[in-house]
Design a protein around this ligand. Structure first.
Ligand code: SF4
Length: 334
């Protein structure tokens, strides 16, 4: 569980020289153990930064994280990436050292942990088999494998240290569709077998729908909606989620009418506008410059999350009155 996690970067700008970029701003989320949380949003919405904060590759500016029942100091300068949390990146080639064998790549984190030679060899063979590759591939080099096979190796390397959480950042985006399906099926098989928890970050809404139990939607560094995947895709509440889902090809025509925003045409015209800069984001609701339903209050106050339906949280002033009627209290999504 993440509570109000933020991350800023200092960036150079043409006019003022330096500026603070709010990449992740007060994001809270819950990942159920043994399940998959999909994280979606346009490029630049902060989802990859969030991924790195979770596994400890970035230090957060503030916020809390509860993992396996214990508090993790996400903003500590001394925080080290935990073996219980591993990450798989988008590009299967650049994540592997071309000069060392697949077996040595997978063994590296085990050697860091001072596993014995025998146990390391045994574990490498085990995880290579787990990801559906022949054990003999341990002696191959990355260039001898296809893109899909290299991504299997990256998954094997993440698995080697027996993590409970794997963050997958655009992990199938660089693969052909048919290979994507194989890797997604592999991930679900591994999850079933080892009880793994995934945070699956992707811009591909169809892939996220396929693999996720729950989905978090991010816009300009903030979480705007979190819900069980089926509920979110069938009936998105936040205007941004509605816009996002209306732009993907509908594979199931029977559902198309349920994805439409109140005024899709208007929403598209306004929503197709440029993503504002995270250096100087809009006041109040960050989506207001593209939202067809923006009201005066949207410029003045950041919408607080409300649980509009059981397990379905949305941060939008359109639902605030419903929340006060229901006496709902703001939930963890901020
Ligand atoms: Fe649109 Fe206002 Fe809701 Fe933001 S808070 S999504 S601007 S209606």
């Amino acid at each position: 569980e993440l509570l109000g996690v933020s991350k800023e970067f200092t960036v150079r700008t043409a006019d003022t020289g330096r500026a603070r970029l709010s990449a992740v701003d007060g994001v809270s989320l819950t990942v159920r153990s043994g399940r998959t949380l999909g994280v979606v949003g346009e490029s630049g919405c902060g989802k990859s930064t969030l991924a790195r904060v979770i596994v400890g590759l970035h230090r957060a500016a503030g916020g809390e994280m509860i993992f396996d029942g214990a508090q993790v100091a996400v903003s500590s300068p001394h925080r080290k990436a935990s073996n219980r949390m591993q990450m798989v990146f988008q590009d299967p080639s650049s994540a592997l050292n071309p000069r060392i064998t697949i077996g040595d790549s997978i063994a590296f984190p085990l050697r860091v942990q001072r596993w014995t030679r025998r146990d390391t060899e045994r574990r490498v063979t085990e995880v290579i088999k787990d990801v559906g590759l022949p054990p003999a591939y341990a002696n191959s080099y990355p260039h001898q494998l296809s893109g899909g096979q290299r991504q299997r190796v990256n998954i094997a390397r993440a698995l080697a240290v027996k993590p409970s959480l794997i963050v997958l950042d655009e992990a199938v985006s660089a693969l052909d569709k048919s290979i994507q399906a194989q890797v997604l099926n592999l991930l679900t098989d591994l999850q079933d077998e080892y009880g793994l928890t995934y945070v699956f970050i992707s811009h591909d809404l169809n892939v996220v729908e396929y693999i996720s139990d729950d989905v978090l939607v991010m816009y300009l560094g903030q979480a705007v909606e979190q819900a069980p995947a089926a509920a979110l895709y069938a009936e998105p509440l936040h205007p941004y989620t509605q816009l996002l889902l209306s732009s993907i090809p509908e594979l199931d025509p029977t559902r198309s009418s349920r994805r439409q925003p109140l005024d899709l045409q208007q929403a598209r015209e306004k929503g197709d506008g440029e993503l504002p800069s995270p250096i100087d984001p809009p006041t109040g609701c960050r989506f207001r410059t593209r939202c067809p339903f923006a009201m005066d209050i949207c410029a003045q106050r950041r919408p607080q999350p409300v649980e509009s339906r059981p397990g379905h949280q949305v941060a939008c002033h359109l639902y605030a009155s419903q929340a006060s009627n229901d006496k709902a209290t703001p939930q963890s999504l901020e």
